[in-house]
Write a new protein. Structure first.
Length: 410
């Protein structure tokens, strides 16, 4: 298996795509640590931490289905380049806000609306283009490699963001903008990947084709919705700035380490999946991963130990990675290329709702019930969702192999 990764990386298109994605992710992770700490430092309001997620999710939800149609109709490489450029503009605008010395955070939320719009168009194109970049027999290895390098960026980004924040948020935003500029350059160096182009004119019928496809596949619908509701209720990462400062009494560097721990767990898990991919008991592994996510969230809410909190977040990342890996393979193997962008858009809605809307839900419940109770309630809700979905989607929970097992050369 270790000899196969260089073969994948010798694919110039995939190597450029992977490098651009890692650098872009690194920039966004650094930026997100700075935004959370800066906003909470200015206002001290838990609701504002939730609004950070809502500001990104609202435009995402409004645009994502149209973005999926665009990913099937137009060149996916060009869409990704434009979206990375828009994210770079957001980093520069955050830098301008910081240099202005303003203590009114409304401009930050406005910038995040722009960021959410760019992310809406980028996610379907990014997910859909993967299948166009590598041969089918290398696809599962490419997914594992993409996931592992992505989580290396998720690990490194928050730590770098926390360390750079010691020199002020302006240093974080300057570095983030520079990395995104490099990411734009690398993605623009890829050649146009062949893709099946949807030539049908834009209409509600074509835009909603992805939703109809997902509804017709109980396994895909179950996998997507399980992740949606589990992370929606159990996502405590939005509360980490307050949790680090008020519960663990840590500073920006401590927050960076906490934000890193889930990525470290996910990265280690993705490396193990690359070496020993899941081939049997697919459903049991997926539900087990989500259950681990919920249990780790409960431990996080119950502890005041920094070391135990890091351990809980590490296991949270492991559980999340197992779920993400299985869901991604299920969606990609089941979807024809001509509608891959629209199905990826639906998948992106579920991911975006679970992450950004989950952040808003976490901020809201923390404002209502208190910080620690909100985390504990989220973990308990995730476990309830896991059990409920196992009953609602027995075909998924009892699945032994991937539906198209063997088509990737295994």
């Amino acid at each position: 298996m270790s000899l196969q990764f260089p073969a994948v990386l010798r694919n110039r298109n995939f190597a450029c795509y992977l490098s651009a994605r890692v650098l872009g992710t690194l920039a966004v992770q650094m930026q997100s640590v700075a935004i959370g700490w800066q906003v909470y430092e200015i206002t001290g309001n838990l609701y504002d931490l939730g609004l950070i997620g809502l500001a990104q999710f609202a435009p995402f939800l409004a645009l994502i289905l149209f973005a999926g149609h665009a990913a099937d109709r137009y060149n996916r490489r060009n869409i990704i380049v434009l979206c990375l450029a828009a994210q770079m503009a957001c980093a520069l605008l955050l830098l301008a806000f910081t240099l202005s010395g303003s203590h009114v955070v409304a401009p930050v939320f406005a910038i995040l609306v722009l960021f959410g719009s760019a992310r809406a168009f980028m996610m379907p194109a990014t997910q859909a283009i993967m299948k166009n970049l590598v041969p089918i027999e290398r696809f599962s290895q490419a997914v594992a490699l993409s996931s592992s390098t992505f989580h290396v960026a998720v690990i490194t980004g928050p730590v770098l963001g926390g360390l750079l924040y010691l020199a002020g948020p302006k240093m974080v935003y300057m570095t983030s903008a520079s990395l995104l500029m490099l990411s734009v350059f690398l993605m623009s160096r890829t050649k146009n990947a062949p893709q099946a182009v949807n030539t049908a004119p834009a209409s509600w019928h074509t835009v909603l084709e992805g939703l109809r496809f997902v509804r017709s596949r109980p396994v895909v619908l179950g996998a997507m919705s399980l992740d949606l509701f589990a992370v929606l209720f159990g996502g405590a990462t939005a509360l980490l700035p307050a949790y680090a400062r008020d519960v663990l009494h840590a500073g920006p560097t401590g927050l960076g380490l906490l934000r890193t721990a889930p990525g470290a767990g996910a990265a280690l898990c993705s490396v193990l999946l690359a070496v020993a991919p899941i081939r049997r008991r697919v459903g049991a592994f997926m539900f087990g991963g989500v259950a681990l996510f919920g249990a780790a969230t409960l431990v996080l809410g119950a502890t005041t130990s920094f070391a135990l909190a890091l351990g809980a977040l590490f296991l949270l990342g492991v559980g999340d990675m197992v779920s993400v890996y299985i869901r991604h393979l299920l969606v990609q193997f089941e979807t024809p290329d001509e509608i891959r962008g629209r199905v990826s858009a639906v998948n992106s809605v579920f991911i975006g709702a679970s992450n950004e809307l989950g952040e808003f839900e976490s901020g809201l419940t923390a404002g209502w019930f208190g910080l620690v109770r909100a985390i504990l309630l989220g973990g308990a809700a995730t476990l309830v969702v896991t059990g409920t979905w196992a009953l609602l989607f027995p075909v998924l929970s009892r699945m032994d192999r991937f539906p198209h097992h063997g088509k990737d050369g295994r």
